[in-house]
Design a protein around this ligand. Structure first.
Ligand code: NDP
Length: 521
C-alpha cells in the first residue's frame, strides 16, 4: 500500500517519491498569519530594487544560471524523485528552460523594458503633448506554481518579476515543495536585498493567504478550478491576475504528414511527464486516409516505451499523486465502458503507475474527450478533412495550444489562424513552452495573460505615461468658457477630425472668426 504523496505533521510537509513511496524530504509549513508580514518585508525591499536599472537587476540575477548548473545533479534528482518523472526530463524540461530564461532576461530584458517615447500620433503632437512611457514594476508579485513542472513554472515567472523590478512571494505546490525550495536556495546565493524573494510552503490555504495579503499582482499556474478561486479572491482587492490554467490540446495529422515524424512527436507530446502537462496532446485527430498506418506507428512506439521506478533509465515514471491517478483511471474506465477500443495500455498499476495508453473509437461526449485528463493517454480519432479537425479541436472550453502535422507549412499557417489557442505548433508539440522568447498562455478557460517573451515581461510591469507640454500655453479647453467657446471648439474638431472638405472650409472660417489669441495666455 503506497503512503500518501504528502503528509502534514508537526508543522512540516513531508514529500514522498510517488514511484516507490520513499520520503524525499520535508519543509517547514508557513503559518498563514505570517504571510502579510512576508508581503510587508518584500515591499520594503522592493522600493530600493526598483530604483536600479533593468540591466543591473538582470546582471545581479545572471549568476543563478551558473549556480544552477553547478547544482544540476541534486536539483534534477529532487525534481525527478518528487515528481516521479525521468531524470532526463528534469534536466531537459525544467533546468534547461530555466537556464535559457535567465540568459534571455540578461540579453533582452533591458531593451524590452526601456522607456519609450510617446507614440507619434500627429493629433497628440498637435495638442502639444510630449513625453515618455515608462514601465513600472507592480511592487510585490505573488507566484503560485503547480506540481507538474515545479521548478521551471516557478522560476520562469519569479525571475521575470524580479528583473522587472518587483519583489516576489512564491509558493510551490504542496505535492512538490522540495523542488520549489531549490529556487529559494539558489536565489539565496545571489546578492539581492533581504526579503526581495521569499517562499511560502503549505497547501491551498497558504496560496489563498498570498492572494489576500495585499500583493500587487498575482501570477497563478494551476487548474482552472483553482484559477477561478484565485481570481475571485483577487477581485476583492482588484489585484490584477495572470492565469495559466488547464488545457485539452489537439494534434491534427493531415493526409500529407510525415507519419513517422508525426507519430514520434505526438507520442512524446502526449506522454512526456506521464501526460501531466498543461499542453499535453489529449486528442489526436487524424485524416482518415492515414488513420491506419499512423495508429500502427503510434502503438508500436508506445509499446516500446520503458516505464518504471528507475528514473535514471525509464522513459515514463508514475502519476504524481493519488488524486491525479484517480482522475485518469476514472476517465479511461468510462471511455472503455462506452465503447473505446484499447490499442495499448489501459489498466492501471502497480502503485501509481498508469501505463501509456492508446485508445480509438472514443465517443466524443465522454469525460476523456471533454475534461482535462492530465495522464498518459492518447485518444486517436479519424476525421474526414482539415475542416472537421479544426472544428473538433476548437470544440473545447480550453485553448492553450494545438499542433498541425503536415509537409505543407504554408497551408498549416493558414489553418493555424482558425485554431482558437494561444500557441499553434507545426510539426511539433509542447516545446514552445520552453523557448524564452515565445509568448506562452492560452484563450478561453486556459486563462489570460502571457508568460515569456516581450508579452511575458510586460506581465510584470504597468505602463506609466509621463507627459509634459511643448509650450506653456493655456489649453483651449480650460476654464474661461464664453458664448464663442462652443463654436470655436466645433470648428477645431471639424478641422482635425472630419474628412469632408466642406466641413473643413467652414471650420477654418469659424475658427478665424471666433479665435482670439488671449484665449491661449
Ligand atoms: P492546482 O490548481 O490544484 O494547484 C495549483 C497551485 O495553487 C498549488 O500551488 C496549490 O497549492 C495552489 N492553491 C490551491 N488552492 C488555492 C487557493 N484557494 N488559492 C491560491 N492557491 C491555491 O493545480 P495542480 O497543482 O493540480 O496543477 C495542475 C494544473 O495546472 C492542470 O490543470 C494544468 O493544466 C495546469 N497547468 C497549466 C499550465 C499553463 O501554462 N497553462 C502549466 C502547467 C500546469 P496546493 O498544491 O498546495 O494545494
Amino acid at each position: 500500500m503506497m503512503p500518501s504523496k504528502i503528509i502534514f505533521a508537526n508543522g512540516e510537509l513531508i514529500s514522498h517519491n510517488p514511484t516507490n513511496g520513499q520520503e524525499v524530504g520535508r519543509v517547514k509549513v508557513t503559518d498563514v498569519e505570517d504571510v502579510p508580514l512576508m508581503v510587508e518585508r518584500a515591499r520594503a525591499a522592493q522600493g530600493e530594487w526598483a530604483t536600479r536599472a533593468v540591466s543591473e537587476r538582470a546582471r545581479r540575477l545572471r549568476p543563478l544560471a551558473d549556480h544552477l548548473y553547478d547544482l544540476m545533479e541534486p536539483v534534477a534528482d529532487t525534481i525527478s524523485r518528487e515528481c516521479g518523472k525521468p531524470k532526463v526530463e528534469a534536466l531537459s524540461s525544467e533546468i534547461f528552460p530555466t537556464m535559457m530564461h535567465i540568459n534571455y532576461l540578461a540579453d533582452k530584458a533591458a531593451r524590452t523594458l526601456r522607456d519609450e517615447p510617446l507614440p507619434d500620433y500627429w493629433m497628440t503632437w498637435l495638442m502639444g503633448k510630449r513625453g515618455r512611457i515608462v514601465h513600472r514594476p507592480y511592487g510585490v508579485v505573488g507566484v503560485i506554481a503547480p506540481w507538474n513542472y515545479p521548478f521551471w513554472l516557478m522560476a520562469g515567472p519569479a525571475l521575470s518579476a524580479l528583473v522587472a523590478g518587483n519583489a516576489v512571494i512564491a509558493k510551490p505546490s504542496e505535492f512538490t515543495p522540495l523542488s520549489g525550495d531549490w529556487l529559494r536556495q539558489l536565489v539565496a546565493k545571489l546578492t539581492l536585498p533581504e526579503g526581495l524573494f521569499q517562499m511560502a510552503h503549505g497547501d491551498g490555504r497558504v496560496g489563498a493567504a498570498i492572494v489576500k495579503a495585499g500583493v500587487d499582482k498575482m501570477v497563478f499556474t494551476g487548474s482552472t478550478a483553482t484559477g477561478r478561486r484565485v481570481m475571485a479572491d483577487a477581485a476583492q482587492s482588484l489585484t490584477p491576475v495572470t492565469l495559466e490554467l488547464g488545457g485539452k490540446d489537439a494534434a491534427i495529422v493531415l493526409e500529407d504528414a510525415d507519419l513517422r515524424h508525426a507519430a514520434t512527436g505526438i507520442v512524446w507530446g502526449g506522454l512526456t511527464c506521464a501526460g501531466q502537462v498543461c499542453a499535453s496532446v489529449e486528442r489526436v485527430y487524424v485524416a482518415e486516409s492515414v488513420m491506419e498506418p499512423f495508429s500502427r506507428l503510434v502503438v508500436e512506439q508506445v509499446k516500446a516505451l520503458r516505464v518504471g521506478e528507475d528514473l535514471e533509465r525509464s522513459e515514463i515514471g508514475s502519476m504524481n499523486n493519488e488524486r491525479q491517478m484517480a482522475i485518469v483511471q476514472r476517465q479511461v474506465a468510462e471511455a472503455i465502458a462506452h465503447g473505446a477500443k484499447v490499442l495499448a495500455g489501459g489498466a492501471a498499476g502497480p502503485g501509481w503507475f498508469f501505463p501509456p495508453t492508446v485508445l480509438s473509437d472514443v465517443p466524443p461526449d465522454v469525460e476523456l474527450m471533454r475534461a482535462e485528463t492530465f495522464g498518459p493517454v492518447l485518444p486517436i480519432q479519424p476525421v474526414k478533412d482539415a475542416a472537421e479537425a479544426i472544428r473538433l479541436a476548437n470544440d473545447s472550453v480550453w485553448g492553450l495550444t494545438a499542433s498541425l502535422w503536415t509537409k505543407d507549412v504554408g497551408r498549416a499557417r493558414q489553418l493555424a489562424m482558425q485554431l482558437n489557442t494561444g500557441v499553434v505548433s507545426i510539426n511539433d508539440h509542447v516545446s514552445a513552452a520552453g523557448c524564452p522568447d515565445i509568448p506562452w498562455g492560452g484563450t478561453k478557460e486556459t486563462g489570460f495573460g502571457r508568460l515569456q517573451g516581450r508579452e511575458g515581461l510586460m506581465t510584470f510591469v504597468t505602463p506609466q505615461a509621463i507627459t509634459h507640454e511643448a509650450l506653456p500655453l493655456k489649453r483651449p479647453w480650460w476654464y474661461g468658457y464664453d458664448r464663442d467657446s462652443y463654436r470655436l471648439f466645433a470648428g477645431l474638431m471639424a478641422l482635425l477630425t472630419t474628412k469632408s472638405l466642406g466641413h473643413k472650409l467652414r471650420a477654418v472660417a469659424g475658427v478665424l472668426r471666433h479665435f482670439d489669441l488671449r484665449r491661449l495666455l
